[in-house]
Ligand binder design. Structure first.
Ligand code: SF4
Length: 243
């Protein structure tokens, strides 16, 4: 089995409740959505090679040809885990669940928990690999972000993910509507009011947040009327100068 990968590297998580945790990142090509604010060039076939970090001064970082085999990918990940203790391995993209079988096969060969950063729209794929997944970071993609109605798929996905350590992340952009925000809160509350909701204000490339603090606090207050754990956490990659 093989997968089309963009990069395998070690860094700190820059979003959500695990912010700052050291992780190995495995970034896949390919996504089933087209969000207007997407910052990842991940079309399938657009990366002929995958960049691999080593964390060893005596072994320079290198590139390998795509697609990469399960055995090789697991080996590159485990090498990083052996050099520095990591909290978990983040499978990201693109949409990692397009490569669900690949992730399950890699998970069997590595020694760290599996952290899935997903757009939360492929519940059948999640069900297949749920035993291999430890933490689910699920994005909610409202119609204003993707131009299609994904509520039903999000709902089934969250019901499945709720069997694991899961949190929901909503990117707050200027065009997020009141209805979309209310629907997000209601959907989570219907599954469990204890599932954390992370409100992540959209961050511009220069690191600034174009939304008013007062309106973000008001949104948090509204969400807290139906959910027990609602946090305002901006993207921290730019602040920390990490990728
Ligand atoms: S789901 Fe993520 S990777 Fe896919 S288009 Fe949206 S932001 Fe980009």
């Amino acid at each position: 089995m093989t997968g089309n990968l963009i990069e395998i590297f070690s860094s700190a998580q820059g979003e959500g409740p695990y912010i700052g945790r050291r992780q190995v990142f495995v970034r896949f090509e390919g996504c089933n959505l087209k969000c207007w604010y997407c910052d990842t060039a991940c079309t399938i076939g657009s990366h002929l090679q995958c960049a691999v970090e080593t964390l060893k001064p005596e072994e320079p970082d290198f590139f390998v040809q795509n697609p990469v085999s399960v055995e090789d990918a697991a080996g590159y990940i485990q090498n990083l885990l052996d050099v520095v203790p990591h909290h978990s391995v983040s499978f990201t993209g693109g949409e990692p669940l397009l490569h669900a079988e690949f992730i399950a096969a890699v998970a069997e060969r590595i020694s760290a928990p599996v952290f899935l950063e997903t757009n939360g729209t492929l519940p059948e794929k999640l069900k297949k690999i749920l035993p291999y997944v430890d933490i689910v970071s699920m994005d909610v993609k409202p119609p204003s972000a993707v131009g299609e109605d994904l509520w039903a798929r999000h709902r089934v996905f969250l019901e499945t993910a709720a069997r694991k350590d899961v949190y929901v992340k909503l990117v707050v952009a200027e065009d997020l509507t009141e209805t979309e925000f209310a629907k997000t809160c209601r959907m989570i509350a219907d599954v469990s009011a204890d599932i954390p909701l992370i409100l992540q204000p959209v961050t511009l490339r220069d690191g600034s947040v174009p939304l008013r603090a007062a309106s973000l606090l008001e949104m948090q207050a509204r969400a807290l009327r139906v959910l027990r754990d609602v946090r305002l956490i901006p993207q921290a990659h730019t602040m920390m100068g990490i990728r």
